[in-house]
Design a protein around this ligand. Structure first.
Ligand SMILES: Nc1ncnc2c1ncn2[C@@H]1O[C@H](COP(=O)(O)OP(=O)(O)OP(=O)(O)O)[C@@H](O)[C@H]1O
Length: 295
């Protein structure tokens, strides 16, 4: 089970959305992290064979997915960012309909849909119209439809947008559970979405792969770049000129500022251990990946 990208580039009318991305992806959860407009959806649409790369190649177990998309499509589950439902159908009807479109026989569709409703915890609400579902419930229908064919490759594009904190957590756990025997690629701009479940993280900015590694490797890449200081409130704007602020907390002595920078952003700032959020910010704001971090 291996997906390999080699110098993948996507250009829309002269504008580059993805530039020269090369990665080898194996089983487990790959968290694709990047700010809005970084090219995550474009990359995921390419991996899902919805869009072709402008140049570069993608292979699935050695087979080029542009020249021969079928082997990948047979084992692919895809939850797009703008997943649409038929609001008047129940979750059960909707999933059975999609199973029929996928070519499952009526009998196996019935069994598979019941199994999936159970897996995403919608058995009790499976007969209600999807239009009446909360965002989290709809996303769970989305995951169920992506799992209809028991995919080896599951691609989910920003699945936690619009979910409340509890739904986010449930959704993350579900994706984590699904990753044991398949490749799960999950895109997000929120570090905490992938922190607990991704053993492999790729950070994309302005179409380019800035970092790739395990959470530990990414943390190491931000070593020596994270600072904390307590400053008067009117000094915060000044720090912002010299560093990327990742957090501010008001305290009785002033504002505790946490910032990413190559040098102390104010005299007396103390170096602190990076967390994944710091590592992400430093990757986005540091143009060149240190040696050894890009796989
Ligand atoms: N079909 C398209 N036509 C023209 N430009 C596009 C198209 N799709 C994406 N883009 C542009 O390509 C760049 C990357 O967009 P993409 O949607 O891939 O990024 P993203 O990281 O998924 O961001 P978001 O989370 O905001 O969707 C953006 O500048 C976007 O405007």
């Amino acid at each position: 089970m291996q997906l390999e990208l080699n110098k993948v580039t996507k250009t829309y009318r002269g504008k580059q959305a993805v530039t020269d991305v090369s990665m080898r992806i194996g089983p487990g959860v790959l968290g694709l992290l990047g700010p809005n407009g970084a090219g995550k959806s474009s990359l995921m649409r390419i991996l899902s064979t919805i869009t072709r790369p402008t140049s570069g190649t993608v292979t699935w177990n050695g087979t080029d997915i542009v020249a021969r998309p079928e082997p990948l499509r047979r084992v692919l589950g895809y939850l797009p960012q703008d997943f649409g439902v038929y609001p008047n159908l129940s979750a059960r009807e909707f999933l059975r309909y999609l199973a029929a479109v996928k070519g499952l026989s009526t009998r196996s569709a019935k069994e598979r849909v019941d199994e999936l409703l159970e897996l995403v915890n919608l058995t009790d609400t499976g007969s209600r119209p999807v239009g009446k579902f909360s965002g989290g419930m709809r996303q769970r229908v989305g995951i169920a439809q992506a799992l209809l064919g028991d995919p080896e490759l599951l691609v989910v594009d920003e699945p936690t947008v619009g979910l409340d904190p509890e739904e986010r957590m449930r959704f993350r756990n579900l994706l984590g559970d699904l990753s044991s025997d398949r490749i799960v690629i999950l895109s997000t701009h929120i570090v905490s979405d992938i922190e607990a479940i991704a053993d492999d993280i790729a950070i994309l900015t302005a179409g380019e792969l800035r970092r790739r590694g395990t959470p530990e490797e990414l943390l190491r890449s931000a070593d020596g770049l994270v600072w904390e200081a307590i400053v008067p409130i009117d000094a915060v704007a000044d720090i912002r000129q010299r560093a990327t602020i990742t957090r501010t907390v008001r305290t009785s002595q002033g504002v505790r500022v946490r910032a990413v920078a190559h040098t102390p952003p104010v005299p007396g700032a103390r170096p602190v251990e990076p967390d994944l959020e710091d590592a992400y910010v430093s990757a986005v704001h540091t143009p060149i990946a240190p040696a050894g971090v890009t796989r």
